[in-house]
Design a protein around this ligand. Sequence first.
Ligand SMILES: O=C(O)[C@@H](CO)OP(=O)(O)O
Ligand SMILES: [Mn+2]
Ligand SMILES: [Mn+2]
Length: 559
Amino acid sequence: MGSPGVSWKLADHPKLPKDKIVAMVVLDGWGEANPDQYNCIYVADTPTMDSLKLGAPEKWRLVRAHGTAVGLPTEDDMGNSEVGHNALGAGRIFAQGAKLVDSALASGKIYEGEGFEYIKESFEIGTLHLIGLLSDGGVHSRLDQLQLLLKGASEHGAKRIRVHILTDGRDVLDGSSVGFVETLENDLAKLREKGVDAQIASGGGRMHVTMDRYENDWDVVKRGWDAHVLGEAPYKVRNAVEAVKKLRQEPNASDQYLPPFVIVDENGKPVGPIVDGDAVVTFNFRADRMVMIAKALEYEDFDKFDRVRFPKIRYAGMLQYDGELKLPSQYLVSPPEIDRTSGEYLVHNGVHTFACSETVKFGHVTFFWNGNRSGYFDPQMEEYVEIPSDSGITFNVQPKMKAVEIAEKARDAILSRKFQQVRVNLPNGDMVGHTGDIEATVVACKAADDAVKLILDAIEQVGGIYVVTADHGNAEDMVKRNKSGKPLLDKKGQIQILTSHTLQPVPIAIGGPGLAPGVRFRNDVPDGGLANVAATVMNLHGFEAPSDYEPTLIEVVDN
Ligand SMILES: O=C(O)[C@@H](CO)OP(=O)(O)O
Ligand SMILES: [Mn+2]
Ligand SMILES: [Mn+2]
């Protein structure tokens, strides 16, 4: 088990009983926003979530899910699954990757650490390769951090740099990739003027190349490996800006799904394959979509696809992405030390736990929930079930996803009475929201609502308790707006579809026949956020939360 030397025993809650079955439902990408035609949750038929809202203010309220409430640098940072589930599970607010990298770059400490010392060994004879998401979305990476790293690495001795870019369109507007590539090209030109041989070497869209997660589709990572490492891709082009512009013109093309490309010289030779003696940094700070490529870059034994060549490189992550696997072993910035999570406490206090989602969100209710730690705390006490996601599709063609299957697994776990906590993530609002397909997102919201109903019905049968909440917004707003909330039009007079998350708060509802009379939301934590949920849930399991947890959202009043 993690966190040795901790005293795990939780005090009994003075008023609330133990051994109730608690369903913990996280709707991914389900925020609260004003009703209009771009609010897919409002447009969709969602009777279950609507009925929960009628419990306001005692049984339904909003909580903050973005910015500093979840450890992000500023209030302009939208929420995301990593920070959202970290906060939900850990019950405290940790300075997250984005912020830690900002300060390591600002202080220059990044260049003094073990990770940078390690890759620096290659600068004399080898190339420094930087692989990651190119945008200012701030969910997985940030362009300004890449810019600082490029400058800093060259000042600290890197003479030959190759950047392998993954275009975004998911945390930022579709089409914005062209501008980001232009900006990067300008920066690299400036480095060249200073005598650094710096170029873009390969790339592709984040959802099609390299950035898969939770082993949903290794082909995505293989395409990245082939382009970044081997210098092989169906598109060999001289210039990255031209490549992105041209590939965007193909039917159904979007930044998220651009095919892989490799930049070649005048003789058609790739300008930057990764070879023996090189250094590699994956510059995303967020973990989930870097773990698979990190395994391919780091593990001697690897059988997920044929790497063809396994170059002897010095590899470091921007952060360490998996605390249990210690992956990668070298990293530039230490990750947040998310310890003593509620999951670990509850298991130590006899709470049998069941967690389930489909592949694309499975790690959210396990890995992120447990502080970016893979595996069980105690396999005797926990069961994690993953429902295989469809792969190779965009989820607007399958907006119901596996919502019913997830809910049925949760229902069965509840009815089995073997678990006191049954935790799920319902991905629909988020995964379909990211496609920008409004009609499909409406279908997705209804599917998530149906799934909630299935789970609440099971809780009704066993006399249990439910907590229904979300990790951040997405489906409740599908259009880019100006400051006063009006939809923004592009040059052609069309609305600009918002594929990203939002800054909106999310709902939290409590209820069920097992909820003790007199339990209600307090009104003295108006700024409550996702980090307040863990203490709340511990109370509902009959325990007091540890004293350094963010305060509970509930109180028990005598009726
Ligand atoms: O798909 C992802 O990687 C992010 C958006 O970049 O979404 P979420 O945080 O909901 O997982
Ligand atoms: Mn999410
Ligand atoms: Mn998302």
